[in-house]
Design a protein around this ligand. Sequence first.
Ligand code: SF4
Ligand code: SF4
Length: 717
Amino acid sequence: MPRFTTMLRTALTLFAALLCLQPATALALAYEAHLPPELFSAPDLCAYTDCKTVLPGAERFSVRDGQPRFVTGYKGDKAIGYVFLSTDLVDIPAYSGKPVITLIGMDTQGRFTGIRVLKHSEPILLLGIPETKLEAFVGQYHGKSVAQHFEVGSGDKETVGLDAISGATVTVVAENQVITRAAQQVARKVGILKAEQRPTARYKDIGDLPDWDALVKAGAVSRLTVQPADVGEPDTGMPYLDLWLGVLNHQTLGRAVLGATGWHDLMARLKPHETALFVIGSGAGSFKGSGFVRGGIFDRVQVKQDADTYTFRDLDYLNLYSLQAKGHPAFRESGIFILRDASFSAAYPFRFVYLANKQDKATGQRQFINFDAKLWLPDAWLEGGRPAVSEPEAPWKKIWRDKAVSIGFFIAFLAVVAFTYSRRDWLTAQATIRDKRWVAWPKYVFWTISIVWIGGVLMAQPSITHVMTWFHSLISRWEWELFLTDPFIFIFWWFIFITLFVWGRGLFCGWLCPFGSLSEMAYKLAGKLGLKRFQRHLPKPLHDKMKWVKYGVFFALMALSLWSMTMAEQFAEVEPFKTTFLVGPWNRSWPFQLFFAVVLGVSLFVERPFCKYVCPLGAGLAIPTTFRFFGLRRKKECGPCKACAVQCGSLAIAADGKIDQRECLLCLDCMVYYHDDHACPPLVHERKRREKAGLKLTPIGRDGYFIPIKEVRSDAA
Ligand code: SF4
Ligand code: SF4
């Protein structure tokens, strides 16, 4: 068997090599392009990308500073337009769950002068959809005004229709939001677009002064919590930043927080259209930041209301030394920020945004991350109640609506698979070890659908990267929207999660995983095509050692993700799933192609080698399988007998006859044996005994044996 270990070692070595070669050999221009870290953080944006390509005619550019972040392009001394990086302004994930990083140019009249996609992670754009289609899509904005309304699809008098990219609708819907929302922010900042005028809030006195708990319960104050993991800091068991905030103009809230005198003094300083917010904070992070000292601008906080962004200067800040509300939380920092723009109205919902800086420890790359808390005074706290607002529809809702039919089929398919498996006793009772059609054919059909439709068309191959993302979300910020963007992955994971605890991971791994299905299908086909005599299992003692490798890979990736998610995602390429289904082998560089070919090639001779020894996802699912509710049937004689162990391609039946449910892929081969009264030794013995005694054979559960009911002549042999 050393040949198998050599093959496995070769595969792993190749994998390590291809990780090193990945950036240099990427075939597509913007797909996972390597961008300099400074592009996201350095003041001189245009030193790290060619800004002139999106603002032709500009001779020099300013640095980016303040909020929102953009640079101004000059010809001579005259400002001719603005250039901005989408991720400086908006955080909208596309199909891949990551943003399409876009450089946008706009002249001083608000006309788009150029748009370039610098980086995307959209595998769908590599599957027969050339990247030039995305370039053509963003080219449609050229010469049009930021004041216009853009919609993917057909336009009308008020809307500019944009040609979608067939097969990549989600990507272009997200990209349209990225471009328009980013441009609107800059246009409002520089005065091209007028901020929306909202009626001033009319506050309603609630009477008795509430204590802190009552304010929280009523929803009059909001909380914004940032965990250390969110900003790449070591876990201290405490939030990195814990902010509480509210609108002081409201007489009840203002008097509760400042006391009657303090509130009257504050109101006397404000003009009628001005709004004051109090903010208190605890934790190692600071919401005031150092920008206040440097340039008189608070660079860590801002307020957003629809597309309007409001920032604060030193003149918009007042000290706040204490809070009057009983039971208020302890705080380290406090202050009052004044929104002086008449377009802002506290009657409408708004977001208080904290802008953090996260450094990826492994790559050194800095990333800006926004955290926000929504504030909207309670309905009963406003004269006439809350005004009607039309919030923009979340992109995931449109995706679910557009894919409703496929989602319906997908759910139906999963239900059929689960139902089929739930009938395993009946199915395995119909089969014999010489004729396994009743068990084999349903699986062949499900495998084919999984490979072609789920993997190839829906690209819904679950992956360890999903587990890492959830793991991170659980310990930092859980965002349903991030997971809802891909309905198939979302539904699939719920199915996996539920069936994992009911039957174990085998239903997914053995019946539904697109790559696992492909691997086993390749093995079965190779056997049928004459390679059976070369097909082998690893010796059980060696297998029992090698199976732990995948658990090592799983824990290594999870640990690495705590250190650097970027690096963990690169190493997650140990799963050939991306090459197989998301990107396609023909779209990848040769090391990935070779790794894919080796894994699949070994699968022709060894049953599911990747699943048994390498797959971190399989390992991650195997661990909770320990707690599955329903195991497979065993007889008391199974221990000493072990005859069915030779049927187990997963080598999951131990020397004592027990099934290792973590390794079992629920192929049901052993169950066919278990029910076959011409194969299972104790059953053969029992059948013969009963036949001899002229007894009827009994159905399941009667006395621990399963013998199909069939009339047997008492003189039958
Ligand atoms: S072990 Fe991995 S590749 Fe194999 S079936 Fe399970 S998840 Fe899929
Ligand atoms: S033969 Fe092995 S993998 Fe298949 S159901 Fe039985 S124990 Fe599980």
